[in-house]
Design a protein around this ligand. Structure first.
Ligand code: HEM
Length: 162
């Protein structure tokens, strides 16, 4: 019983995201909020992310006002300043997450595919690798070189600091 509890504890990260055990195959990957996988446009992101500037969560947190509002959704950084006033769910609900990682609340609000597509317009950067919770941009392969990884083709990459 103790071992079972310990195993369960080890799978929960401090971000509240359940990391799948390495033995799980791709199709069994567990995503938060009951979704089978994120629905951000994968090909668009993979092509555009290589040249994006990287930001830390601390840098993102400096942009929390209505005239300067950034959020993180699935490790990508968006400047949604222009959109805040137009948000169909209201400005207030977005501003509660301004300058923060809004991944869970964005998914939890059951946004449509259209809403996910709208995000593309506001993309300005990507989190630094050790603060990402959904994916890793590049990973060393066996011959030591770096290759672009599939956006959601593998298990979520837990933060190194966890
Ligand atoms: C950052 C935190 C956000 C929260 C907490 C949030 C929350 C919500 C909620 C609760 C609704 C439902 C409103 C209703 O049914 O009356 C909604 C709708 C919507 N939101 Fe957000 N939202 C956020 C960010 C965004 C962003 C960044 C975008 C796009 C760039 C976006 C696009 C939309 C759209 C298009 C709808 C209309 C319904 C749909 O097509 O999904 N939201 N949002």
């Amino acid at each position: 019983m103790f071992e079972l509890i310990q195993t369960l504890m080890n799978t929960v990260t401090t971000a509240g995201v359940v990391s799948p055990p390495s033995s799980l195959s791709k199709s069994n990957t567990i995503w938060p909020m009951g979704q089978s996988k994120p629905i951000i446009n994968e090909s668009t992101k993979r092509q555009s992310c290589d040249n994006l500037p990287e930001y830390t969560l601390a840098e993102v947190s400096e942009h929390w006002q209505t005239n300067d509002c950034w959020v993180v959704v699935e490790d990508l950084v968006y400047d949604i300043t222009e959109f805040v006033d137009e948000h169909p769910g209201g400005q207030y609900i977005v501003m509660e997450h301004a300058g923060r990682d809004a991944t869970l609340v964005f998914r939890g609000s059951r946004h449509s595919q259209d809403a996910y597509n709208m995000l593309d317009k506001y993309l300005i950067g990507i989190l630094v690798e050790n603060e990402r919770i959904c994916w890793s941009r590049s990973r060393s392969n066996t011959n030591g070189s770096s290759s672009s990884s599939s956006l959601y083709g593998s298990s979520p990459q837990p933060s190194k600091s966890l």
